[in-house]
Design a protein around this ligand. Structure first.
Ligand SMILES: *Cc1c(COP(=O)(O)O)cnc(C)c1O
Length: 383
């Protein structure tokens, strides 16, 4: 039987060639390819600096560190995200709080966020981690205004959204992860994401100070930059100035990343074409398709629909080799988070969404024929 996953990577002969070339270079750990990849990726999302790391979770961790999250600091995120968005605050000893989602965009409800912030003294919260969930851009212009009113930093989890943007009130495209309105942003190169490097991630920013901290935290807190050293004993000399980690990406992965990045824009267009076909097919059915406001370019990492009998549809699709997936089990309902005091009923919109949501196959190499098969099986079940 054919097996259709909800997402998958595409590896071309050119990708393999680039990786093979990289393997023959002097550097196979972090070297010149990583730097090139950082520059190209930052340019793709319209950011200034890129810091490549070993995965998206590492990107979140060093971002929290660079933003100086300290034990006891409170940070807000959304319950509908991958657990790592929230966990990264805990890595630094901080405390996570959540704001429920908007029932139509599935993104953090910014009016609820504002209400929450207005009820506590300024300084109660240090920052906010918005997530461009499924690839739908958070309105960073509105969020920035709120963040500025309450002195919060913004760490944008843009794992789902490289290439996505919205048109701001000045009629300018504001790209996810550009750092124009957020302080730092993070991406993942896990194989189901837009760009695959096996494991891999990136932090982007326009802030030079944060950029320099990120470089330190990625590499044990060690620097050899003569302008940053306290002393200098000679050519061998380096200093460990912070407690950092080994979160480096390899040149082998960077070579693959660059080869993939060259197709990213074209693949993003394909994702949008696939979405359009789904939207059209489900128009007069009980399947609730994603809401996209005008002026928003959705990056469609995921194509999430809502149906009344979600479990039934999930099982039905699986019987036919279609491996749809659920994104996400609300973070606050995970046992680890329930042990911290969260529980059912805390974020009712997110919980209701979770009861009905299902991610249908969405990846650039999904053929029209296979997509039609998915559509037929969905409609067969719901009607
Ligand atoms: C994939 C993902 C991450 C984590 O990335 P990894 O590379 O798997 O560590 C974080 N946040 C979101 C929203 C993700 O989808």
């Amino acid at each position: 039987m054919i097996r259709i996953p909800y997402g998958r990577q595409e590896i071309t002969p050119e990708d393999i060639e680039k990786v093979t070339e990289a393997l023959q270079d002097d550097f196979i750990t972090q070297g010149p390819q990583v730097m090139k990849f950082e520059n190209l990726f930052a340019a793709y999302v319209k950011a200034k600096y890129g810091v490549a790391v070993s995965n998206g979770t590492a990107a979140l961790h060093i971002s929290n560190m660079a933003l100086n999250v300290q034990p006891g600091d409170k940070v807000i995120t959304t319950p509908i995200t991958f657990v790592a968005s929230a966990n990264s605050v805990l890595f630094c000893g901080g405390t996570v709080d959540f704001v429920d989602i908007d029932p139509r965009s599935y993104l953090m409800d910014l009016s609820k966020l504002e209400k929450k912030l207005s009820r506590v003294p300024k300084g109660t919260y240090k920052g906010i981690i918005p997530v461009d969930f499924a690839g739908y851009p958070v309105n960073m212009e509105k969020l920035r205004q709120i963040a500025d009113r309450y002195d919060l930093w913004i760490l944008e989890d843009a794992c789902h959204a490289p290439g996505g943007y919205f048109v701001d009130t000045r009629q300018k495209k504001s790209y996810c992860g550009s750092g124009e309105l957020s302080d730092v942003s993070i991406f993942s190169f896990h194989p189901v994401k837009h760009i695959a490097t096996g494991e891999g991630g990136m932090v982007t920013t326009r802030d030079k100070n944060l950029y320099e901290k990120l470089l330190l935290f990625r590499n044990h807190g060690i620097t050899k930059d003569p302008t940053l050293l306290h002393e200098n004993h000679g050519g061998w000399y380096y200093e460990m100035q912070e407690l950092g980690y080994n979160y480096r990406l390899t040149d082998i992965q960077a070579a693959l990343g660059m080869s993939q990045l060259a197709r990213a824009k074209k693949n993003l267009e394909k994702r949008n074409t696939i979405a359009k076909i789904y939207n059209e097919a489900f128009k007069n059915s009980p399947v609730l398709t994603p809401h996209v406001e005008t002026g928003y370019y959705h990056a469609y990492h995921l194509y999430v629909v809502q149906v009344a009998n979600r479990k039934g549809l999930y099982d039905h699709l699986r019987e036919h080799g279609i491996y749809a997936q659920i994104h996400y089990i609300p973070v606050h309902l995970q046992p680890y988070y329930q042990n911290m005091g969260w529980g059912k009923g805390d974020f009712p919109i997110a919980e209701k969404y979770y009861e009905k949501a299902i991610s249908l196959p969405m990846y650039p190499t999904l053929t029209q024929e296979l997509q039609q098969f998915v559509i037929d099986k969905v409609l067969e079940f719901v009607s």
